[in-house]
Design a protein around this ligand. Sequence first.
Ligand code: SF4
Ligand code: SF4
Length: 417
Amino acid sequence: MLIADDIEYYKNIRNYNKPSETPYKFNTKTHYGCPYDCGLCPDHEQHSCLTIIEITDRCNLTCPTCYAGSSPTHGRHRTFEEVKTMLDTIVENEKEPDVVQISGGEPTLHPHFFEILDYAKTLPIKHLMVNTNGLEIAKDFEFARRLKSYSPDFEIYLQFDSFKEEALFSLRGANLKKTREKAIQNLNELNLSTTLVVTLQKGLNDDEIGKIIDYALKQKCVRGVTFQPTQIAGRHNNFNHETDRITLTEVRRKILEQTEIFNPDDLIPVPCNPDALAMGYVLKLEGNIIPLTRYINPADLLDNSKNTIVYEQDKELHRKMFEIFSTGTSTDKASSKLHSLLCCLPFVEAPKLSYDNLFRIIIMQFIDAHNFDVRAIKKSCVHIVNKDNKIIPFETMNLFYRDNKKEYLEILKSQSI
Ligand code: SF4
Ligand code: SF4
């Protein structure tokens, strides 16, 4: 199975390696070995840059592609008390969690949705996100306005896969074109920070990558686009894993081919989890689009590079670089960090930046059975807090720990004793 189509980039990933950063607390012991001790267990090499909390299994869609297998009748809402305990678990593990994403199912359907947001806002969470299909935001402007009241440090992570009816039907089982337009209209009116999230399937919507970036750059509320190649886990009714799977390097190449904006130095591996994540920043200044990563000189992020003169000699500068190229830093937060970084560089005149000026592209390829690699899994930095108050990497959750898979895993474990 193809794991990358760009040998040079793939080999270079090994150089982007940030030293391990562990959470304050581990929740399990290392016993069976990875990936059977999730956790997090003490073998895990990254803390939670982003923790997802699934407050419900229910959804108002039944997407043919859904890693959680959600639907209007699937599972149940977590109780408010359960959700509070799950949020508390994240805080116990991380002390001051970087990013917490309220997710589902469709979280806006939860009967205590706003109470959950209220509670989350009382906790020392640096940045809160709501992962949504946007139906409620499109339908009800007052609902969107209420969401805006949680800003700053609050963001909508909006499902946005395609402009094509056929692709939307294939991925979502519904023509959501008008819904997306209305949701963006409402979010623009409120200037509520939004990241567009695009699930990619080869041959279905990978020809729209450039068009989606161009569209996103024109929307006031949109701070970036995250491209997620389909992880082969959960429900995949219209997916052939032999022909429809797309890798991180293919997505990166298509971004370079389908936009005028980027060159290869603009989209680089993210040091905390370089196998799974690539990132690039763009400045939006007075109608101009300026790719930024190339000026930062990505070679200086490398561990073993001979070019590490500037950053290696200046530890503070090096730390700031890592902070910016991390999923634990939201685009809103990155603007101030970037400004202070640019001020330190002799070759860039630092403009006055606000979060309106910064735009971020992320490619997030969640490992699945086709490219499973224990070394890379241990560096996963996107985690889910599950119903049992364990913190589980997103990838292993969907592959081994979700619903009936967990029961099967327990049987395997009992046989191995
Ligand atoms: S994925 Fe991480 S938490 Fe899970 S078993 Fe492996 S090292 Fe431990
Ligand atoms: S992918 Fe999202 S919107 Fe679709 S059914 Fe699953 S939870 Fe609902």
